[in-house]
Write a protein that binds this ligand. Structure first.
Ligand SMILES: *[C@@H]1O[C@H](CO)[C@@H](O)[C@H](O)[C@H]1NC(C)=O
Ligand SMILES: *[C@@H]1O[C@H](CO)[C@@H](O)[C@H](O)[C@H]1NC(C)=O
Ligand SMILES: *[C@@H]1O[C@H](CO)[C@@H](O)[C@H](O)[C@H]1NC(C)=O
Ligand SMILES: *[C@@H]1O[C@H](CO)[C@@H](O)[C@H](O)[C@H]1NC(C)=O
Ligand SMILES: *[C@@H]1O[C@H](CO)[C@@H](O)[C@H](O)[C@H]1NC(C)=O
Ligand SMILES: CC(=O)N[C@H]1CO[C@H](CO)[C@@H](O)[C@@H]1O
Length: 673
């Protein structure tokens, strides 16, 4: 009895087991060289793969296995984590192997500690070595908590029994010891006094309300399912997060960014003032709020990789957008771009919205169409990589990037944004840990704050302007093309456009229905601020041309020329052959005029060439003919050489000879081209 009493006295008693945050196996704060194991079954199943929520590439022979797995021939098994300094260990989270087929997991194990990795002490429960119960399936994380914290530098898991093969993924819970002599590596004393907590839906709404009250002049809350009104000549920028409900970091970073900008604005931070004054910034922290609540309820470490990934209806929103890449590439292969199928603002496939589309996706598409965004980023998780359009490969093949997962998926959302709207969108995958522990937020904010701000500032890199008619009326829907870049943008309702461009010289063309196009040279420098590059377009003679076409029985009359203008050739309709000689004379006059103009004004004449950009090798006769650059009708109507109209005759030829046969129908007008 005395012995028993003595023994009990030696056991430290804690009313509540102490709880510590994750050491960082999942987040990769723990480096690869801090992980060690007794053996490995195969190159792809090393100790470094034994991190909580590690994902497999699916290739059993590959180097990216879904867990640490032990060599079956071995007798002794252990998985070791070196914390690099003495810490207080308070618990573990264990998980089986990520696999489509195998059910590998550890059922029971012991735990031991060491300060030098030579002498080990197995954790004792007072009577015997303490046996812990681990997993019952391969995916669900199981947390074990020690009744009292153990101070040590090394911790080992000693598996005793397992299902199928011995495979394990782990997170370790530990508190740093605070000492007045040692400063803790990676420790962050956040300079910004912000709310570094995880927010559920109610907390998030509350926080946004408070920010709105603190900064009423510069903030407005709206729901993307509802309309956002207002025409203003600012570039529109968006950050979105939480497409997948369990990817929590982006959501919290956007809430922190809101707080930060409001606070700094009120404190007269000049950089933030400049940002707020010059950009319309949309911050959407939660695109999939229902799913977030699921993951939030489970807690930051205890959801598995998939919990809260999908919408309530079961959609993965990121991959729920229509594939416009294939539409574009299919059309390019047929030589239809940009004459029949534009290289931008590609319409939704017919009946897309009737198909299996998440409500959230519909709301996002509607919002993207309604707001003329210029630049944006979509914050995601589970990977540390930045993806930019085109994310999808042509022809599609598996990609193998990044360190925590290997994805063979075709990603769609940012390509969709680029092809359906003006907005150039990046997907920023913030890190391997989709749902970092609350204690990680200050460090994550420090790591991401500058990037979040300077990416918004990039909206001012390039050219901007307004397209007007001769009366000064703004022209919406005008197409802005940049020579040599096969991607156009359109003007918004106020006639304004923003075109992101790197420093350099660009030949930029504006065109709109019923007007002559205009080309200008626009120079982008290294200084901040977009270069103004506005256009004033004269009415075209198109109405008059239509009348003449009616007189000619709507038949196209064409006269072709080559780019150099050195050798004209006759072409087109034999019915008009009696006009041929007259046309030829007129054309020669025009060429002479062009030549003189070219000498006077090198820039403006080359614009006639700039209007034909054939994007792929000509494949059909019709396409070969479209190589020519001169309009058949400008023989009749002397136009200034800095203006040129497209070639309707050629367009007609193409349409007759190669009608689009895809499921998608494209609406277009001749005037568009
Ligand atoms: C490691 O050293 C600390 C003192 O620095 C001691 O309190 C602790 O018990 C040691 N841990 C083990 C497992 O020996
Ligand atoms: C909002 O703007 C008004 C008018 O410019 C100004 O008087 C007021 O102080 C501003 N409020 C805040 C909180 O900045
Ligand atoms: C698609 O939905 C619209 C409106 O909801 C409806 O008018 C149309 O008939 C539907 N089309 C098909 C093919 O179901
Ligand atoms: C711009 O084009 C869209 C679709 O092509 C059309 O719905 C809209 O009315 C046009 N806007 C203006 C101002 O012409
Ligand atoms: C136009 O200018 C470029 C360089 O500025 C020159 O190389 C080219 O020969 C000029 N073309 C004509 C037709 O003058
Ligand atoms: C070998 C073995 O015990 N396999 C079991 C692993 O777990 C799954 C599901 O729990 C069982 O179906 C297997 O029989």
């Amino acid at each position: 009895e005395e012995e028993e009493e003595e023994r009990l006295r030696q056991i430290p008693v804690h009313a509540e087991p102490k709880k510590c945050p994750p050491l960082g196996l999942e987040s990769h704060r723990v480096d690869d060289d801090q992980l060690l194991a007794s053996s490995q079954s195969h190159q792809g199943f090393s100790a470094q793969r034994g991190r909580l929520n590690m994902q497999s590439s699916g290739d059993e022979e590959g180097v990216y296995g879904g867990a640490w797995c032990a060599e079956p021939e071995e007798k002794n098994h252990w998985f070791e984590v070196d914390a690099r300094r003495e810490v207080e260990f308070t618990g573990l989270i264990v998980q089986g192997r990520n696999s489509d087929t195998a059910e590998d997991f550890v059922s029971t194990f012991y735990v031991s500690f060491s300060n030098d990795s030579r002498d080990w002490t197995v954790l004792h429960d007072g009577y015997a070595e303490w046996l812990f119960y681990g997993n019952v399936d391969r995916d669900s994380p199981v947390m074990v908590q020690f009744d009292w914290p153990t101070v040590a530098r090394y911790i080992r898991i000693l598996p005793l029994s397992w299902n199928a093969s011995l495979c394990l993924r782990v997170e370790v819970m530990a508190c740093q010891l605070t000492s007045e002599y040692s400063t803790i590596e990676n420790e962050v004393n956040p300079t910004d006094n912000l709310d570094f907590r995880q927010h559920n839906y109610k907390d998030m709404r509350q926080m946004m309300k408070v920010i709105n009250e603190e900064c009423p002049n510069i903030t407005r809350i709206y729901n993307i399912g509802k309309s956002s009104a207002g025409v203003c000549v600012f570039p529109e920028f968006r950050y979105t997060a939480g497409l997948h409900g369990n990817e929590e970091l982006g959501r919290e970073l956007l809430l922190l960014l809101m707080q930060f900008m409001c606070k700094e604005y009120n404190d007269n931070n000049p950089r933030v003032r400049r940002l707020v004054a010059g950009v319309r910034i949309h911050l959407v922290p939660s695109l999939n709020p229902d799913a977030y609540e699921l993951a939030y309820e489970m807690g930051s470490e205890m959801g598995n990789w998939g919990l809260g990934h999908w919408t309530e209806e079961g959609y993965d929103i990121f991959q729920n957008f229509p594939d416009l890449n294939s539409v574009l590439w299919g059309a390019e292969d047929r030589g239809w771009v940009p004459r029949i199928v534009p290289n931008h603002h590609i319409p939704l496939p017919e009946n897309f919205l009737n198909g299996s589309v998440a409500l959230e996706t519909k709301a996002i598409i509607n919002w993207m169409e309604r707001t003329p965004f210029v630049l944006g980023a979509n914050l995601q998780g589970g990977e540390k990589v930045v993806a930019y359009p085109f994310d999808m490969q042509r022809p599609p093949k598996a990609t193998g990037v990044g360190s925590c997962t290997i994805t063979g998926n075709v990603l769609t959302m940012n390509d969709f944004s680029y092809l359906h709207t003006n907005c150039f969108e990046l997907s920023v995958f913030l890190g391997c840990d989709k749902f970092p522990h609350e204690s990680e937020l200050p460090l994550e904010w420090e790591n991401n704050r500058e990037a979040l701000l300077s990416f918004i500032e990039q909206v001012h890199r390039g050219i901007k302007g307004i397209v007007r008619d001769m009366e000064g009326k703004p022209l919406a829907n005008a197409t802005i093309s940049v020579d040599g870049i096969k991607h156009d943008v359109k003007t918004a309702a106020a006639g304004d456009y923003w075109r992101l461009l790197n420093p350099g010289e660009y030949r930029v063309t504006a065109r709109v229905d019923g007007h002559m196009l205009q080309t200008r040279l626009c120079i982008v420098g290294y200084d901040s601020g977009a270069t103004p590059c506005s256009f004033t377009l004269a009415k075209s003679n198109w109405d008059r041309i239509k009348q003449i076409m009616v007189l000619h029985g709507k038949r196209p009359i064409r006269v072709d020329t080559t780019k150099t203008g050195a050798s004209g050739r006759m072409g087109g309709n034999s019915a008009n052959s009696h006009n041929a000689e007259r046309l030829r004379r007129l054309r020669l006059m025009r060429l002479r005029k062009m030549h003189q103009q070219r000498l006077r004004d090198n820039l403006s004449t080359t614009t006639t060439v700039a209007t034909t950009t054939t994007t792929s090798a000509p494949t059909t006769t019709a396409e070969l003919e479209t190589e020519s650059t001169t309009s058949w009708y400008d023989s009749w109507f002397p136009v200034e050489s800095s203006y040129t109209e497209p070639t309707p005759a050629e367009v007609i030829t193409e349409i007759q000879e190669s009608e689009p046969t895809q499921d998608y129908t494209f609406e277009y007008k001749f005037d568009d081209y």
